[in-house]
Design a protein around this ligand. Structure first.
Ligand SMILES: Cc1ncc(COP(=O)(O)O)c(C=O)c1O
Length: 355
């Protein structure tokens, strides 16, 4: 099938770019002896998780137990749920998962660890430490106390620590990197001093990916966005424009003076802003002067008064999205392309798996 035969909006993945991204990160992890446990929240497709495992990933990461159920299809020998599993229904799912593969849960409280232990589930635990994002995670002081308590719980096994440096958007900010280096080293040293060295020290995000080897003590990385990259990854400087594999193809449905509408709005695109600042929900490829500035559910408003080219009803445009992960989660299917052809159609099986 040709791309021109696809209906819109349609999220397209350039397979050559995706394969290059996957191979580059797999080679980097191997070279620096880092376990790669990619976060599958970006693609939510078991076939792509399988590809990551084929290329040497030691396991995969998910956020939710229902996503984990979907990702079992990829056959991971090791599955990290990088999110506390709290609540009876989720614990039941965790129990079933733990019977099928090696499962680890990242959490930041004794309560959450006890829920797993009290439910009699055999699972690994990573204690999450806050390294600056201010989202989840205990302080390094609290981490050692929490680990001492978790070690005493039955059935669960403490496997190490996890952190997510989502606050660092600029990979060239050496000051933030230095702070993170110190924080990780101090954390690791605490456990060494207590004579319980952490077997797993898991971190990593796409913006900091290529600096991972500079963090002494870090032995596992969990990037997610790197498989496709997006406008935010590019704008932040963690990838080049030619490393962005995903675009949304949309159709122009109205042109009125300096304004056009495309056939996708907030039910198609992520509403994330550009993390480096600046307006727009994505770049219109080939016409960066066009400003995709507003969305209703099914309408994308594009100001074309400063666009480099003209547009007419029926034209197709490609949008480089600010944030690809949330956009993928809104699609039933996404398409792998080579040249003019659609060569893969993937059902986004993990779409909407939020529990
Ligand atoms: C806990 C955790 N680990 C890893 C990642 C992957 O980071 P990135 O999307 O920058 O690749 C995320 C992203 O949200 C995350 O929340």
């Amino acid at each position: 099938m040709l791309i021109s035969e696809l209906d819109t909006p349609a999220l397209l993945i350039d397979l050559d770019i995706m394969e290059r991204n996957l191979a580059k990160v797999a080679a980097y992890a191997k070279k620096h002896d880092l376990r790669l446990r990619p976060h599958t929240k970006t693609h939510k497709i078991p076939a792509l998780a399988r590809r990551q495992l084929e290329l040497g990933a030691a396991g995969i990461t998910v956020a939710k137990t229902t996503e984990a159920e979907v990702m079992l299809k990829a056959g991971p020998a090791d599955l990290l749920i990088a999110y506390p599993v709290v609540g009876a229904a989720k614990l039941e799912r965790l129990r079933a998962l733990a019977e099928k593969t090696h499962v680890t849960v990242a959490l930041d409280s004794l309560e959450a660890a006890r829920m797993i232990a009290d439910a009699g589930i055999r699972a690994g635990i990573l204690v999450e430490v806050d390294v600056g994002l201010g989202r989840m995670g205990v302080t390094p002081d609290q981490a050692t106390l929490l680990v001492e308590e978790i070690i005493r719980l039955p059935r669960v096994e403490w496997r190490g620590v996890a952190f997510y440096p989502g606050h660092v958007k600029d990979p060239n900010n050496e000051q933030e990197i230095a702070q993170l280096q110190t924080a990780i080293l101090e954390l690791v040293d605490r456990f060494v001093a207590m004579r319980i060295p952490a077997p797993i020290v898991s971190g990593g995000s796409t913006p900091l990916l290529w600096h991972s080897h500079r963090f002494d003590g870090l032995n596992e990385i969990r990037p997610g966005t790197y498989i496709f990259n997006d406008r935010n990854t590019w704008a932040g400087g963690a990838c080049a424009r030619q490393d962005c594999a995903a675009t949304m193809m949309a159709t122009v449905v109205s042109v009125q003076g300096g304004r056009m509408m495309i056939d996708g709005g907030s039910k198609t695109f992520s509403s994330d802003k550009l993390s480096t600042g600046g307006p727009g929900f994505g770049e219109i490829v080939g016409a960066p002067g066009a400003l995709f500035h507003k969305m209703n559910e099914e309408h994308g408003y594009v100001d074309i008064s400063k666009a480099e080219r003209g547009f007419a009803v029926g034209d197709r445009v490609s949008v480089l999205m600010n944030h690809v992960c949330t956009a993928v989660n809104m699609q039933e299917r996404i398409y792998g392309i080579r040249g003019d052809e659609v060569v893969e159609t993937w059902v986004v099986e993990g779409r909407g798996k939020l529990q």
